[in-house]
Design a protein around this ligand. Sequence first.
Ligand code: HEC
Ligand code: HEC
Length: 222
Amino acid sequence: MSNNAAKNLFIYGSLLCFVVLIILTVDTMGTLKDRAPEITEKVDLGKQVWHKYDCIGCHTIFGNGSYFAPDMTKVTERKPLDYLKKFIMNPRAVKPGTAMPVLGISAEEADNLIAFLVWTSKVDTNGWPPKPILALGGNKKESAGEALFRKNDCAACHQINGMGGTAGPDLTHVGSKRPDINWHMRHLKNPQSVVPDSAMPPFEDLTEDELADLAGYLIEFK
Ligand code: HEC
Ligand code: HEC
């Protein structure tokens, strides 16, 4: 290749790449506004609370922060809002022995924080963070109780054999601890009827049959 040809290749190649860069940038900017809901004043205040208590010192959000505690980007999809409020204001009351400290957050601050976390949940992050794999062994036949456990996402809060969330007690041996099927049926329908101040959400929509299947599944965990 002559010097001249090399020079032209360099100049026109660079120009072409630059034009492609501009087109892609304009395209991205055009779609950005559809990828996040509007930022209200409450969301803004909530973000300030997030900074005030340095939540990011322990938690990740949008891929930034520390790996000491669970990711917060989509937390409102995993947990009911009233549970989150109780937890944020007083984690120890919801989960004795938890490593999250009581930070002294007021009810108003908690409401704003939750508005912020609802907003982050709605931001289109292209599937980030990846969901934990809660169910393995997909081709083995499921019992009715096991299917209900999966459908109602109980593993978001409970571990069985090391798999699942940690907001509620580990259920690996719950059948030995609580062998009474009727206790479980009452607890699932309305946790506070048997555990005062329970932070577990009620599963009121389950039919008696479903309650029995799910409770029967739980008492097998010896
Ligand atoms: C000193 C570290 C630390 C700080 C600071 C901290 N957290 Fe946590 N947080 C934790 C840990 C550890 C857990 C996991 C608790 C567990 O499962 O026992 C947690 C759990 C949570 C959960 C429950 C998550 C789930 O999936 O159940 C929420 C919600 C939460 N934190 C919100 C916050 C917010 C909001 C802030 C700031 C106001 C904050 N945290 C500050 C350590 C911290
Ligand atoms: C948002 C979190 C959350 C979800 C979702 C959840 N639980 Fe719970 N669960 C808790 C908490 C917190 C407790 C402790 C308080 C209590 O016993 O009610 C608990 C307690 C329990 C207990 C009693 C364990 C013991 O050692 O005494 C059982 C059994 C149980 N849950 C089963 C389930 C099942 C089955 C589902 C799904 C249908 C489910 N939970 C969904 C938070 C949750």
